[in-house]
Design a protein around this ligand. Structure first.
Ligand code: GDP
Ligand code: IMO
Ligand code: MG
Length: 426
């Protein structure tokens, strides 16, 4: 029987989605990215080697797995090709990649506009990755985008010329340098030739696979609190990383989704601007940042650090319909005397357990903490829940109690082998 598992980020991204997707993919036939683009940075470690992926799904290392870049993605073809070339150099032929003909293309002008917009916002900037994500989704929704199928068609030069003329006017108005058509179209035509063999109708391919009983992992990018509908708008990305996005971004209907695994970092991190209620900056957060290398995979920016926020996680569990949690980076909390867990917010003297849509209210929310005793032991070699120090077990149990979702997997190090399954997913 077919089974589909959606792996989603439960917080602000960088929870370890790449690691868990890659781990689960060993039992799967398909891995599908369904939204976002190369704003994502997914780290995978196996056989002692670390790989960083931005656009390519995390099942690419296994030639028997079909890896799909779904229609809901925005794809920079230049960067896609670079990533493919890099993987080939490392011994992975990438014959198992399928790019949706319906995905929208991130063009050079989208990147330029992303950077100019951020500059114009000054201190109010979103802190985007400047990969052109927002402007590309804007064009998609306003029906002015270029899809992959258009990019590889012979009409592309004409289409690009028309669109570039309009965008160059805006670029100039915003103080940027217009993009030269002649040189850029030449480069794009070369790229299109190389991308074409990967392009297919992934909706048909994937649904045929599901009908045949194949197993599928959907690999979310970003996280629930960066979702354009549910995050702290406007400090969000421009897509739906939440589980609903897996349907619209791949062409698989909601009745076909079996399991939703929320990837949860054992504490919180955020890159970019926006409210972050449990954020703190002291020796402990600096120590966490260094030990866990909390620097953006895509932008190298230091990630902001906070305690685990169960208000956020409950909300995330609700909007995603989470059926299980994969708890990551538990090893990083080893050595702390106490670990704080936010279980509610205090807003103007009242306790609340939801996230207000009004950012002014959210900014006034003070986290209410539960303090738990920490553990001193190094847990990076632990192979089962039973082997964990009692206080680490209690931390996991408290999370399950507060979120009302079972921790089915936990992770004690970046390597694939440092993954413990408490309940089988496939
Ligand atoms: P993603 O964007 O959700 O795929 O996550 P990133 O790759 O951006 O960030 C997660 C970071 O944590 C990466 O550097 C991983 O190698 C690392 N990582 C994942 N799981 C663990 C873990 O259990 N322990 C430790 N120490 N590092 C982990
Ligand atoms: P993964 O998949 C963490 C953040 C940016 C910024 C906001 C909008 O690795 O978890 P964008 O470029 O998308 O318009 O930026 O979203 N952001 C991420 N933060 N992990 C990511 O991806 C992110 N992708 C975007 O920092 O705050
Ligand atoms: Mg990341």
């Amino acid at each position: 029987m077919s089974k589909t598992v959606v792996v989603i980020g439960s917080q602000w991204g960088d929870e370890g989605k790449g690691k868990i997707t890659n781990f689960l993919s060993e039992q799967a036939d398909f891995v599908v990215r369904y939204q976002g683009g190369d704003n994502a940075g997914h780290t995978i470690k196996f056989d002692g080697v670390t790989y960083k992926l931005h656009l390519i799904p995390s099942g690419v290392f296994n030639p028997n797995i079909k890896n799909i870049l779904g229609n809901g993605m925005v794809i920079n073809p230049i960067n896609a090709l670079k990533e493919i070339e890099d993987l080939k150099k490392q011994g992975f032929p990438c014959n198992n990649l399928y790019i949706s003909d319906r995905a929208n293309v991130i063009m050079n002008y989208h990147m330029e506009l992303d950077a100019l917009k951020e500059e114009s916002l000054g201190t109010g900037k979103i802190g985007t990755t400047k990969k052109g994500i927002g402007p590309t989704y804007t064009d998609k929704t306003s029906r002015e985008g270029i899809r992959v199928i258009d990019f590889i068609s012979e009409d592309f030069p004409k289409l690009y010329k028309e669109k570039l003329a309009i965008k160059n006017e805006i670029i100039e108005k915003m103080g940027g340098t217009p993009i030269d058509y002649d040189s850029s179209v030449k480069e794009y035509l070369e790229i299109a030739k190389k991308i074409k063999p990967y392009v297919t109708d992934t909706v048909v391919l994937l649904n045929k696979g599901i009908k045949e009983g194949k197993k599928v992992v959907f690999e979310g990018a970003q996280g629930a609190l960066l979702d354009v509908d549910f995050g702290s708008y406007p400090f969000v990305t421009s897509s739906n990383p939440t589980s609903g996005g897996a349907c619209t971004g791949s062409g698989v209907g909601p009745t076909k989704l079996d399991e939703i695994i929320g990837v949860v970092k054992a504490y919180s991190t955020r890159v970019g601007s926006g409210v972050f209620p449990t954020e703190f900056e002291d020796d402990i957060s600096r120590d966490i940042r260094e030990r866990a290398h909390e620097y953006g995979t895509t932008t190298k920016r230091p990630r902001r650090i906070g305690w685990l926020d169960c208000v956020v996680l409950k909300y995330s569990a609700m909007i995603n319909g989470m059926t299980g949690i994969s708890l990551m980076l538990l090893d990083i909390l080893s050595g702390l005397d106490t670990i704080k867990l936010c279980c509610a917010y205090k807003l103007d003297g009242e306790y609340i357990d939801y996230i207000p849509a009004d950012n002014n209210l959210l900014e006034r929310c003070e986290p209410v903490y539960l303090e738990m005793d920490g553990w001193k032991e190094n847990i990076t070699d632990v192979k089962s829940f039973k082997e964990l120090p009692r206080n680490a077990q209690k931390y996991i149990e408290k999370i399950e109690e507060l979120i009302e979702v079972k921790v089915k997997i936990f992770s004690v190090g970046p390597d694939k082998i440092q993954t413990i399954v408490r309940e089988n997913i496939f």
